[in-house]
Design a binder for this molecule. Structure first.
Ligand SMILES: [Zn+2]
Ligand SMILES: [Zn+2]
Length: 259
């Protein structure tokens, strides 16, 4: 009896405060979560992605989206192996030589986690070399830089999709004609969780005139009946003299608005 009472006191002294502190830290977590509101279902915009390449999963709490991709695009290119059904000769493209063909390199498959609700605080983050987003085709989006310089030197190697390979993943630098050619179609999602569309906006059917420095604005889209912040490819010709398919439009030069 005495022993049981002692146990209860010990329990009260040590375990109850632990339980209490757990529940109090839970409520603190909930306060934080209120700032980052989870979503209950993925945007229907993801239905536009190439499902052979891209798998999209919403986290249990609805705050993060996991995007996995094979990195392989669902359109023709000179960068496919010549035996592939999607291979197309592009006589005016000066193919890169670092990597042989799509699927012939290493590390082409990749996965990214993006915020389900972009943090549109007004703070911007510069883009970096490497993958800055995933296009609806399944391949990577890069910015307007190649190595340490601008695109000019590499423009001759860009295919009709404004993309090339090597070293590493097949990736877009310019307006990707196979799936957005002077229109309002979805181009992809950037790693800050913001979707990017073609040069026109579905709200007006023409080139938006109210874009910020990143090509972003807040209106309805093909997939959103309530206004949402999204990017566009900016309708400004990029003077890449060596590009085989002029005019060229940079896909996204940054900065990110959603981090
Ligand atoms: Zn490149
Ligand atoms: Zn728009």
């Amino acid at each position: 009896m005495k022993n049981n009472l002692l146990k209860k006191i010990v329990f009260a002294l040590f375990f109850v405060p632990i339980i209490y502190s757990c529940s109090s830290s839970d409520s603190e977590t909930e306060v934080v979560d209120e700032e980052e509101i989870g979503i209950t279902e993925l945007s229907s915009a993801f239905e536009a992605f190439n499902s052979d390449a891209v798998t999209v999963t919403l986290s249990d709490d609805g705050t993060e989206i996991d995007i996995e991709t094979t990195g392989f695009p669902n359109h023709k290119s000179i960068y496919w192996e010549t035996t592939n059904a999607l291979y197309e000769d592009e006589p005016n493209v000066k193919k890169t030589t670092q990597d042989t063909y799509i699927g012939g390199g290493r590390g082409e498959a990749s996965s990214f986690t993006v915020d389900a609700t972009p943090n549109l605080t007004g703070n911007t983050v510069a883009t970096e070399l490497g993958t800055i987003g995933i296009a609806v085709s399944g391949s990577a989006i890069f910015n307007d830089q190649e190595g340490s310089g601008d695109l000019d030197g590499a423009a001759a190697s860009l295919d009709w999709a404004g993309a090339h390979k090597g070293p590493g993943v097949y990736h877009y630098h310019l307006e990707p004609r196979p799936f957005s050619n002077d229109d309002d179609k979805l181009v992809g999602i950037l790693l800050d969780g913001v979707f990017i569309y073609g040069r026109k906006c579905s709200t007006t059917g023409t080139y938006p005139a109210d874009l910020d420095a990143s090509g972003g604005h807040t209106t309805t889209t093909i997939y959103d009946t309530t206004p949402i912040y999204h990017y566009h490819i900016i309708n400004e010709v990029y003077p890449a003299a060596n590009y085989a398919y002029e005019p060229a439009y940079v896909l996204f030069a940054g900065p990110f608005q959603g981090y």
